[in-house]
Design a protein around this ligand. Structure first.
Ligand SMILES: *Cc1c(COP(=O)(O)O)cnc(C)c1O
Length: 364
């Protein structure tokens, strides 16, 4: 029996009776861009996150770029973000003309260490992009307090954590802006690219709506220089069918994580740590081991997939090394050497979790 990292086809099969009519409805409508499906999805996600506004865009990366632009971040500004994450937030900062400044992580949760954030602040800092990595919220209350103190714009990268919360407030509801991705592998995934920005600020929402549509509110009147960054109606219709199952799917991920914990407790391996302030939605089930590569090979030999998120911290990536290669962020660097993601997806079952755990134990 093979164990893949995820099972997108299995999810499609399970929801086929809802997805196919939704797709057919859009195809037959002749309305493919910025119609009622996108408007309904925005309303659903805003309600789900607990904020008044949501603006759908073409990807999670665009959500970050347009979010920074809407907040007025640009040339000469510094934006602090963690070094141990996917590169999109750093790219977004660079693309708007600002400068990323990398902070280190808490080695137990892999999220940005608020003390490292504070140490990274300078008079040039204008914003912070906090990432809720692997499905668990960052220490967002403390981070928000730091931002409030210094009048910094707080942007949340929620790409991996839709449905997670901190002190009962869902991610995307803490910062000025919450940026989500609907990349197919995310906990709420489209059948293509997609993204969305949440906000409590009506003026920011209005600016985002203009930015995604060529800086325009009225056809062919362009008030600002914008982008073409719209979510299409087909993706919105598919996502609408899936939103209704999101809590169930996230609960299944949590149950699988509990099964992994039970079976791996006592093994010489680092298990994911929950900070206890909110729900972890386990986008990634990340363990750590000094002999990570040997464990990965042993799993592969038994037909069990695994992943490394992330093998190189951002300050050591070729794209950023020239500017940041000498920066030392020891917890990010050590995590990059030791992390290993085990398969987790809603359709995973006990038999497969058993196989994975047996293989991990014997490899150790
Ligand atoms: C997936 C992801 C993104 C980017 O989303 P896209 O929709 O692929 O552009 C940004 N940040 C994090 C942490 C992600 O995991």
């Amino acid at each position: 029996m093979k164990v893949p990292m995820l099972d997108l086809v299995g999810e499609y099969r399970e929801l086929r009776a809802e997805i196919e009519p939704a797709v057919g409805r859009v195809l037959a409508s002749g309305h493919y861009i910025l119609g009622q499906e996108v408007a309904r999805l925005e309303a659903e996600v805003a309600r789900y996150v607990g904020v008044p506004h949501a603006v759908a865009v073409a990807s999670g990366t665009d959500a970050l770029i347009l979010g920074l632009r809407a907040a007025g971040i640009g040339s000469g500004d510094e934006v602090v973000t963690p070094a141990f994450t996917f590169i999109a937030a750093a790219e977004a900062i660079t693309h708007v003309g600002a400068r990323p400044v990398f902070a280190d992580i808490d080695p137990l949760t892999y999220n940005m260490d608020p003390a490292s954030l504070e140490a990274a602040l300078t008079p040039g800092t204008r914003a912070v992009i906090a990432v809720h990595l692997f499905g668990q919220s960052a220490e967002i209350a403390e981070i928000r307090a730091i931002c409030k103190d210094r009048r910094l714009v707080l942007i949340e990268d929620c790409a991996q954590a839709i449905g997670a919360d901190y002190d009962g407030v869902r991610v995307g509801g803490w910062g000025a802006l919450g940026c989500f991705s609907f990349y197919p592998t995310k906990n709420l995934g489209a059948c293509g690219d997609g993204g969305l920005v949440t906000t409590r600020d009506a003026a920011l929402a209005e600016r985002l709506r203009m930015l995604r549509h060529h800086g325009s509110r009225v056809a062919y009147q362009h008030e600002i220089v914008g982008y073409n960054s719209r979510l299409d109606e087909l993706q919105a219709a598919i996502l609408l069918t899936k939103v209704a199952h999101l809590d169930r799917f996230n609960a299944a991920r949590r149950a699988h994580a509990a099964a992994y914990r039970k079976a791996l407790t006592g093994a010489p391996i680092g298990l994911p740590r929950e900070h206890g302030r909110g729900t972890h939605v386990y986008h990634v089930y990340c363990v750590r081991a000094a002999r990570r590569d040997a464990v990965r090979e042993a799993l592969a030999a038994r037909g069990i997939a695994s992943g490394i998120y992330y093998p190189i911290p951002l300050h050591k990536q070729a794209a950023y090394e020239r500017e940041f290669g000498n920066v030392q962020l020891p917890h990010s660097e050590q995590a990059a050497r030791e992390v290993l993601a085990l398969p987790i997806y809603p359709q995973l079952d006990e038999a497969r979790i058993g196989l994975v755990c047996e293989a991990v134990r014997s490899a150790l």
